[in-house]
Design a protein around this ligand. Structure first.
Ligand SMILES: [Zn+2]
Length: 323
């Protein structure tokens, strides 16, 4: 799916959610906070408030107010001050306290009170905790958008309470572990449980390297000079590691999808790992459609279950298994 396709598909999903009354209270939009992700949110909010039959028309007063960030039912907030943090605020006139109060008021015109937090990963600890209270018990008419290009820097407790929409390619795709992972994938699906164990062991050691480098990155980023506790630093690292683990498993899934494509006789141009087409064709020649399909489905299942505290070994081993 190209990024334009995923943008439109995600937008259609939200519109449908609104029309069927199934909108969540909070969405985490992963993309560029001043680029595609902000555009995405603006586009949906125009749709929400537009009063013309073909929504969003882009020209009516409601659409224009949304676009100018001047709609009385929509609040925008982002990092301020020199340190570029989003703070809790001294009172209900600023920071996250202002957001919390805003979404608890009744809407003027529309059905909703919408708050958009740009660069949500810049919430400091007290701001994040204050915001968490709103996420835990969202006021009935509230709709919250957290926009970030660094979801791994948010508290896991915040991420878990939002529906996630990823607009940009996962940054892990070009991670330093990419070549090590390719070495594992090039060997092909493990033929027996011993081989599965060996391969999952390799993936595990890739992840251990990642854990070390994430810890070092966090220490180097100097976040500790702000009012962040050790606990919150650890939570960030854990969230980042989980993100990388998901990224790893997505790459395995993409490889398996390529195998399926090759089994189906698809053209090289549709392969994600185009540079590896030779190896992919060789591996695909050894399996039939049903096997290739089962592998894709099992990987999809694994990724859905990620983040539920499964140990790495269990995730990797099941994910790699040939059957
Ligand atoms: Zn309009």
């Amino acid at each position: 799916m190209s990024s334009i396709d995923s943008f439109t598909a995600a937008l259609d999903g939200l519109k449908q959610g609104h029309e069927t009354g199934r909108l969540a209270h909070a969405y985490l939009i992963v993309g560029s906070p001043r680029g595609n992700a902000m555009e995405f949110v603006e586009s949906f909010i125009r749709f929400l408030f537009c009063r013309e039959p073909t929504k969003p028309c882009g020209t009516c007063a409601e659409c224009r107010r949304v676009q100018d960030h001047a709609h009385p039912d929509v609040m925008w907030i982002g990092p301020e001050s020199k340190a570029r943090w989003i703070v809790i605020g001294e009172d209900e006139e600023e920071g996250i306290r202002k957001v919390n109060r805003f979404v608890s008021l009744s809407p003027y015109s529309g059905q909703r009170k919408v708050a958009v937090i740009l660069e949500a990963d810049r919430m400091n600890e007290s701001a994040a905790n204050a915001f968490l209270k709103t996420l835990e018990e969202p006021p009935a008419s509230s709709l919250l958008f957290l926009v970030t290009n660094s979801a791994q820097s948010l508290l896991p407790t915040i991420v878990s309470r939002c529906q996630r929409i990823v607009l940009s390619a996962a940054p892990e795709q070009d991670g330093p572990w990419q070549s090590a992972l390719l070495d594992v994938l090039r060997r092909g699906p493990p033929q027996d449980s011993i081989e599965a164990l060996i391969q999952s062991g390799r993936l595990k050691s890739i992840l251990n390297e990642v854990k070390k480098s994430v810890g070092a990155e966090e220490d180097a980023s100097g976040k500790e000079d702000d009012d962040e506790s050790e606990e919150s630093r650890e939570a960030r690292i854990a969230a980042r590691v989980l993100e990388v683990r998901t990224g790893l498993m997505r790459q395995v899934l993409l490889w398996k999808r390529d195998l399926l494509m090759a089994v189906l006789g698809a053209d090289d141009s549709v392969l994600h790992f185009g540079d590896e087409k030779q190896v992919i064709r060789e591996q695909a020649a050894k399996m039939n459609y049903a096997q290739a399909m089962r592998q894709v489905e099992s990987m999809e299942g694994i990724i859905r279950r990620l983040g539920r505290g499964l140990p790495d070994e269990a995730v990797f081993e099941v994910g790699l298994r040939a059957r």
